[in-house]
Design a protein around this ligand. Sequence first.
Ligand SMILES: C[S@@+](CC[C@H](N)C(=O)[O-])C[C@H]1O[C@@H](n2cnc3c(N)ncnc32)[C@H](O)[C@@H]1O
Length: 188
Amino acid sequence: MSDLKTMCDACEYIGKKLPKYPIIFEIGCTYVVNQDNLINTSTNNIIQQIVIPKNGMLYSFDINSDHINICKRMLRDIGINWSEYMDFVFGDSIEMIPIVVEDLERQDHYIDVVLFDSKEHDEDHMVKEFEGLKDQLSEKHILMVDDVINPNSIKAKKMMPLLQKLGYEMFIVPTETGLLIASMGYKL
Ligand SMILES: C[S@@+](CC[C@H](N)C(=O)[O-])C[C@H]1O[C@@H](n2cnc3c(N)ncnc32)[C@H](O)[C@@H]1O
């Protein structure tokens, strides 16, 4: 795991651990698209490294419809027919997560991976997102939390201590902003 450096590496590492047909939540889609930095954006790497190899399904939540459209275009531009692999969920994550969770609950489906990477300037938002989905997590699951070592961001401030308290095994991928990988049940 010490050789992981990018979002692409992290997704490949997680993808290899998962069973077939995983369900992934991404809270905050990719919308800053720089062709030279596609190894560090999340939506494309989740699809290419996890969803396609494992026949999974991605739910990508975002409050900004322009960002969703940019993301769709980016995926199309790199040859990914996104609608085969994912649903975009438009709206505030705190409101929308319980709606998707309820739907999964009805089908007896569980979430295998979550990337938390949405609202800035709010240290409680991410914890509320976690609270909204935690009962639908698979017994074994992996959480990714972005910006854990970003001095300009407070959004992940309460997550690492919370996950430590709950007994998650974890390590940080030294991307520019720090990507926490936290596991329940999988050996890291
Ligand atoms: C840092 S970007 C996500 C970057 C992406 N995960 C990546 O690594 O390429 C944060 C995204 O979260 C979205 N966002 C902010 N507040 C939100 C909220 N309350 N609910 C859902 N999405 C939100 C923003 O619109 C933005 O697109």
